[in-house]
Design a binder for this molecule. Structure first.
Ligand SMILES: *[C@@H]1O[C@H](CO)[C@@H](O)[C@H](O)[C@H]1NC(C)=O
Ligand SMILES: *[C@@H]1O[C@H](CO)[C@@H](O)[C@H](O)[C@H]1NC(C)=O
Length: 388
């Protein structure tokens, strides 16, 4: 079942009724193309930031785009003090607001780490969940924190400490997007999945059934040996991106930290809205070769999209793949977004149902010439090769 089929039907109808001559294609196929690209952040060039990393991209319920990144103050290191930087676009990425810093951890030796954005479509909220003191280094205890915007991403609440209810443990959401269940089971539930520290690593999900007021601990897919030092090739599922499938299950695409079994992605499915992740529902996706990184994954109208630096060894060659078979296979053709150094990425889309919004997905990624963490770039991808 192809999006192409549906779009061509729509196109045929439109051309018959409204726009003869505009829709020349009769059977449009998916043929993704980078339609527009711009740098949102450049390390060392803005404010008191050394390096921008860990980009997140999400639409608000009103259709604005929000881009987030960690602004690492003193160095490119994962520890250290940081800001959460945000830019906002009300024209789907053509123009962007100046950077605002919505959270500032001061001079922490071990500051904040991003993070997942989760949008509550039912309430119109945007929620950002992040970690502080994740590495348990010169601080304690690790805490899971949340900020919320009820005005389309313009202003943000003061941080709320979710560890008061979830308990204290190193949990770093995402990095990427959380989901709100659109389909049963548990329609309306907010779900955020992330990972633990290297010893206590694994995929862990938290969820909320009351629009983010109270969060519960959900599924855990633990590393082996759990809470012990790891060796090369141990099973250590790490950073992850969940997506809701059309049957209401959740498929999570996971970083394979210690290269257990393959230099490729781990995929695991939850059938109960993020409460369990049985190993029965786990497989290795050999097509999705990976250099051990956080990747982007998205389901849109039954098609899966995946971005990562497509290489077994290095963070280079940022590539978009797509699957018409729920990830059982990937199309042979792939879109190289950037051949050079590239790292973390995140994919989003607007599901408004309008013909215009059906044509695009949006990618944010770490991009550089010498090192992958030099800049954060935003790319608008036209799914039909610019032809509609
Ligand atoms: C968050 O709450 C936990 C549990 O009450 C507490 O131990 C921790 O210090 C709090 N973290 C922050 C940053 O307030
Ligand atoms: C980039 O990735 C694509 C898709 O996996 C692959 O076909 C191509 O060989 C890669 N290029 C390099 C230079 O690694």
């Amino acid at each position: 079942m192809g999006t192409g089929v549906r779009v061509s039907v729509l196109c045929a109808l439109l051309s018959a009724v409204l726009c003869p001559g505009v829709c020349v294609q009769t059977s449009l196929q998916l043929d993704p193309l980078v339609y527009q690209e711009q740098l949102l952040w450049v390390g060392g060039a803005q404010g008191h930031v050394n390096t921008f990393r860990i980009p997140l991209l999400s639409f608000t319920p009103k259709g604005s785009l929000l881009a987030f990144a960690e602004g690492r103050k003193a160095s490119a290191s994962d520890v250290g003090a940081k800001f959460i930087a945000v830019r906002r676009s009300t024209d789907k990425g053509v123009s962007w607001s100046k950077t605002t810093f919505i959270v500032d951890d001061g001079t922490q030796a071990n500051g904040l780490n991003l993070g997942s954005v989760v949008v509550d479509e039912e309430m119109g909220f945007v929620i950002l969940i992040y970690s502080i003191c994740f590495y348990d280094y010169q601080c304690e205890p690790p805490s899971t924190m949340m900020v919320k915007s009820i005005d389309d991403g313009v202003t943000w609440s003061v941080p709320k400490n979710l560890s008061e209810h979830l308990g204290v443990k190193s949990f770093c959401p995402g990095p990427g997007l959380g989901i709100q269940k659109r389909i049963e089971p548990k329609k309306g539930r907010l779900i955020v999945c992330g990972h633990g520290t290297i010893a206590g690593d694994g995929v862990f999900c938290i969820y909320s059934d009351d629009h983010g007021e109270k969060w519960e601990n959900g599924a855990a897919l633990k590393s082996i040996p759990y809470n012990q030092n790891k060796r090369a090739l141990d099973f250590s599922p790490d950073e992850c991106q969940p997506m809701e499938m059309l049957d209401g299950s959740i498929v999570i695409n996971v970083r394979n930290q210690n290269r257990y079994h393959c230099r490729c992605r781990i995929v695991v499915r939850s059938l109960d809205a993020g409460e369990t992740l049985p190993v029965d529902n786990l497989y290795f996706d050999y097509t999705l070769v990976d250099p051990v990184v956080a990747a982007g994954a998205l389901q849109k109208e039954g098609v899966l999209y995946f971005t990562n630096p497509s290489s077994e060894e290095h963070r280079v060659n940022l590539t978009l793949r797509w699957s018409l078979t729920d990830g059982k296979s990937w199309e042979n053709k792939a879109l190289q977004i950037w051949p050079g150094p590239s790292g973390y990425s995140c994919i989003t889309t607007l599901n408004s149902g309008s013909a215009e919004d059906r044509k695009y997905i949006f990618v944010i990624y770490e991009k550089g010439k010498k090192d992958y963490f030099e800049t954060i770039s935003f790319a608008k991808i036209h799914l039909y090769g610019g032809k509609v």
